[in-house]
Design a protein around this ligand. Structure first.
Ligand SMILES: [Zn+2]
Length: 556
């Protein structure tokens, strides 16, 4: 998630917001200032009691951190928790810690003089009625719902909005704990499913039960989730690249049969993605699919599923190729994020294209796994109809500002185009696997991913990334008849753009051209028309300058 078709409705408003100046609050949330950078989170010990009766929560988070370097005065830790939630107290080394509030950020005074290498724990106690999700997963928060037979059904979804909408943490993608406890207390007989593995189930005297989950890997804060309802559980095993991987399925009880049918797609999905991306990143935490009262979300090792047990994206094919109706979009897209987004996480949301471009592209790869390379290509080309070219894909750094929703379809089209440039599918696959091995369980910058792909494929992709990620222009291959041939050049491109392209000249077989912004000429056999047709696997336009009225291109 979290874009796809339905979000188009809200993008207009989001685009408008981008035009305004960023606020002090945006800098606190999206930056990595002095109150964040001196300490590194090692462990979150999150314990929250959830009360559907009055839509409130109460709990604590013990934040264990390592001091990276002695902080300068005033030696503060920025801990984020969004209004209207209230901090009750903060405690470190058995002593209450003073703090000041600045909107959604709390600045706690670190006691004593923290020394580099020290490990400390500050525990934040809090309570309140968290923001109610308006249209999860896109406009998220806490969803207090009932299933169709009237049982309470509660879930969180907070990508973009931030995990601090319901629990106190360093709300930046740049810092992940090495492990995390998620102990959620819910009224009986609700079952809570969170990330990682279930360690204990404790029945309390007040007719509540504490479900203690534990994640033994680094995890994005936005992936930590509550899913509480009338769940049933069944299990399976996937024999993967690193041995047996546990599969745990948590549908609502009355959806168990539907789940057992629809969720059979999971092993084929895992086999495909292990082939292309390398081993599933969380063998120790397992793979889970959890029914959710929203469309879906890549909650790590507990993927949220709300696609109504049908293929496509809510029954639709976003590629209009036909292939999108042959698999369950949410199982495929959200699970792909286990590699791109969860295994490899971007430090700044301005680089969210690393999550969503690869997740979109993974839908085409899955189509290829199941139905062959031609089908995969049709899917990859088909999703281009959804590109808007409204704003650049890379957002604004340091202010919690994502770029255009084009990070999905255009980003995926860019990757499909790059695969053509690599001209060697095994090398391309090795690069995708290498990305996941090299940056395993890490946070990265988008630039690191770009540089890695250039280095591993042996193709300098600098200008290609610059074109597709920082401009809204589609490269246009302009051409015109010239004596004995066809003249061609790139237009609407960044300086120095010289991406090779496969094209048919004069109706002949596909051949490689290496256009630049300067005119070159390709010869045409005598009698053949002075035409140029670009292989549709490249996300570019072909523009016949002799026919300016016709906005011709290779793109459907
Ligand atoms: Zn996604």
């Amino acid at each position: 998630m979290r874009h796809a078709a339905l979000l188009l409705l809200t993008l207009g408003a989001a685009a408008g917001a981008q035009d305004t100046a960023f606020t002090h609050a945006d800098s606190l949330r999206g930056g990595y200032g002095p109150a964040r950078s001196w300490w590194d989170v090692e462990f979150y010990d999150l314990r929250v009691a959830v009360s559907p009766a009055d839509s409130s929560i109460r709990g604590s988070n013990g934040i264990t951190y390592r001091v990276l370097r002695a902080p300068a005065a005033p030696r503060e830790l920025q801990i984020d928790l969004q209004t209207p939630l209230e901090v009750d107290s903060m405690v470190q080394d058995g002593r209450r810690v003073t703090y000041r509030r600045d909107g959604n950020a709390f600045f706690a005074t670190a006691g004593g003089r923290p020394r580099a290498g020290e490990r400390r724990t500050i525990t934040v106690y809090y309570h309140g009625k968290p923001r109610v999700a308006r249209r999860p997963p896109w406009d998220g928060g806490f969803a207090w719902q009932r299933d169709s037979v009237g049982n309470a059904w509660v879930a969180t979804a907070n990508q973009g909005l931030g995990a601090s909408v319901w629990w106190p943490n360093k709300d930046s993608q740049a810092d992940e704990p090495d492990s995390q406890r998620v102990a959620i207390t819910v009224p009986d007989p609700m079952v809570n499913v969170s990330n990682g593995r279930l360690r204990s189930v404790t029945h309390n005297a007040d007719n509540t039960t504490t479900w203690e989950w534990f994640v033994t890997n680094p995890i994005n804060n936005y992936d930590v989730a509550v899913n509480a309802g009338a769940y049933e559980h069944y299990a399976g095993v996937f024999r993967g690249e690193q041995g047996p991987l546990t599969l745990d399925y948590w549908p609502l009880a009355y959806h168990r049969e539907a789940a057992e049918q629809q969720w059979r797609q999971v092993p084929a999905m895992l086999a495909c993605f292990e082939h292309w991306f390398g081993p599933y990143p969380w063998y120790r935490d397992g793979y889970k699919l959890v029914e959710a009262p929203h469309l879906g979300m890549e909650h790590q090792s507990a993927v949220g599923y709300g696609n109504r047990f049908q293929n496509g994206y809510l029954g639709r094919d976003l590629s209009q190729s036909g292939f999108g109706l042959l698999f369950d979009f949410i199982i495929v897209h959200e699970s792909a994020h286990e590699w791109f987004g969860n295994n490899i996480t971007t430090k700044d949301v301005a680089d969210m294209w690393v999550h969503e471009s690869f997740a979109n592209y993974s839908e085409a790869l899955y189509t290829e796994c199941r139905f062959g390379p031609a089908a995969g290509a049709q899917y990859a080309v088909g999703v281009r109809r959804n590109v808007r070219n409204d704003r650049p894909i890379i957002g604004t750094y340091g202010v919690s500002a994502e770029g255009s929703g084009d990070m999905y379809y255009k980003g995926g089209s860019m990757l499909h185009t790059i695969r053509q440039l690599v001209r060697d599918d095994e090398k391309w696959r090795a690069a995708l696997r290498g990305l996941n091995a090299t940056f395993r369980h890490q946070t990265v910058t988008g630039a690191q991913v770009q540089q890695y792909l250039s280095a591993q494929t042996g193709v300098d992709l600098t200008k290609v990334f610059a074109q597709y990620l920082t401009t809204t222009k589609i490269p246009a291959l302009e051409y015109r008849a010239e004596s004995g041939g066809v003249a061609y050049r790139w237009a609407d491109v960044v300086p120095g753009f010289d991406m090779p392209v496969r094209a048919s000249v004069g109706g002949g077989p596909l051949q490689w051209l290496r256009p630049t912004a300067a005119w070159q000429t390709a010869s045409v056999p005598s009698g053949a028309p002075a035409t140029l047709r670009v292989d549709e696997n490249f996300y570019v336009l072909a523009r016949d300058l002799a026919a300016p009225a016709k906005a011709a291109g290779s793109i459907p």
